[in-house]
Write a protein of this length. Structure first.
Length: 247
């Protein structure tokens, strides 16, 4: 489909919605973890949540504009978490195509990050991400320049990362795509871990050939992104269940 560059207002609405949809699914971690989006027409500027607000409180107008170092540039004086933005800033700087970066500590995602073999081709959800997830070793809470470089190297041109003993990260060309990839990753992790618990770790894993075929079938010719169809439906539901995010 033909795509037009969204306005900042449209990106703000989508990102605020993504925060609230994440909250509804229990993906939030009190006030921690982040979803960020690049500002159209303003290279090096990004939108992120005000530090201290819950995901279900985020609105389009409350999002804060920061630079790649997490410094507030919109004159609002609102506090953000520059340490938390270190991951996002590094990814945005290395991947101009990553219009949205989502980093989460969901229970299923954290549990998946503890598994030596990570995500396996055990469900259709997982096959969308077959060979599209990197891994980044846990290095503690601090994220200096050296670790940022390693993280973006591990991400490369992939759709996301399993952050060992930490959580997950996905990127998307739109907010909707990044959110849907997080959704699929969390569902895949839940399905795999549930099956492992029920069978003592024994899993029926699809062959690499079939998993790759499924992924190619899923993405098609690339003209339709994950989220293109789902996002309007998700927003309709959010308008009924948790309105106010557009404010």
């Amino acid at each position: 489909m033909a795509r037009t560059t969204p306005s900042e207002r449209e990106v703000r609405i989508d990102l605020a919605a993504a925060y609230r949809l994440a909250a509804q699914r229990g993906w939030d971690d009190t006030i921690y973890t982040h979803l960020s989006a690049s500002v159209p027409g303003e290279p090096g500027h990004y939108l992120i949540n005000p530090f201290g607000e819950r995901f279900d409180e985020i609105t389009a107008s409350s999002l804060v504009k920061v630079d790649v170092a997490g410094r507030v540039v919109d004159g609002s004086g609102v506090s953000v978490n520059p340490t938390g933005f270190a991951i996002h800033g590094a990814v945005h700087a290395a991947r101009p195509d990553a219009a949205c970066v989502i980093h989460l500590h969901t229970p299923w995602g954290v549990a998946l990050s503890m598994l030596p073999d990570g995500l396996q081709a055990t469900s259709q959800f997982a096959m969308r991400l077959h060979r599209r997830l990197g891994r980044h070793a846990y290095e503690g809470l601090a994220l200096g320049a050296a670790e940022q470089a390693r993280l973006v190297t591990h991400l490369g041109t992939l759709d996301g990362l399993i952050l060992d003993n930490h959580g997950t990260l996905t990127v998307g060309r739109t907010v909707a795509e990044a959110w849907m990839l997080s959704y699929l990753l969390d569902r895949a992790a839940q399905a795999q871990l549930t099956a492992m618990a029920a069978t003592g770790g024994r899993l029926r894993v699809v062959s690499d050939e079939i998993a790759e075929l499924t992924r190619r079938q899923w993405v098609g010719d690339g003209s339709e992104l994950d989220g293109d169809l789902e996002w309007p439906a998700l927003l309709r539901g959010l308008d009924r269940s948790l309105p106010g995010y557009r404010d």
